[in-house]
Design a protein around this ligand. Structure first.
Ligand code: ZN
Length: 165
């Protein structure tokens, strides 16, 4: 899934959290939504752009949710309710990343790692081409393209037209 789609869905999570009446700074909520929805893809820094980076540790849900669970438990014990709500928003952002990545056209998500290496994907996977032009053609003719477009456009509409009360 591409960066703009992850980013927009992160902002949608921020907006829904605010609409749901979260008692927290809206700027922090939006920033957390955006950052968390993108953060598994920072493995691109290591792998480089255009390389299939979805097999790194940062694309293993287990790694994120185990870490976030410990942080959440700490804030529960310390009665830090606002910080806990930030962890929940962050977790939702990361979750949104993996749900969207299930719609990728070259790689799914290894939800059961480290128990299993099975990759979960919404559509049949295609081979990633080396050339950008060929890659673009394969992507635009794959169901993942329509899936991503639908999420991107509906997120954009939600952010622009669904105003806060
Ligand atoms: Zn990703």
């Amino acid at each position: 899934m591409t960066t703009p789609t992850h980013l927009l869905l992160g902002l949608v999570i921020g907006k829904i959290s605010i609409l749901a009446g979260i008692h927290a700074d809206p700027q922090v909520v939006y920033t957390l939504g955006a950052v968390s929805a993108l953060i598994p893809d920072i493995d691109i820094v290591y792998y480089g752009l255009g390389v299939n980076h979805h097999q790194s540790l940062l694309h293993k849900p287990f790694v994120w949710f185990t870490g976030l669970l410990f942080v959440a438990l700490y804030f529960i014990i310390m009665h830090e309710t606002i910080l806990l709500s930030y962890v929940i928003i962050f977790s939702l952002g990361v979750l949104s990343h993996f749900l969207l990545d299930m719609g990728n056209y070259t790689e799914g998500v290894r939800w059961l790692w480290p128990i299993s290496r099975k990759s979960f994907h919404l559509f049949p996977l295609a081979k990633q081409a080396k050339q950008w032009k060929k890659r673009f053609t394969i992507f635009t003719h794959h169901p993942a393209f329509l899936f991503e477009g639908t999420i991107l456009i509906s997120s954009l509409f939600f952010i622009i037209f669904f105003n806060n009360p």
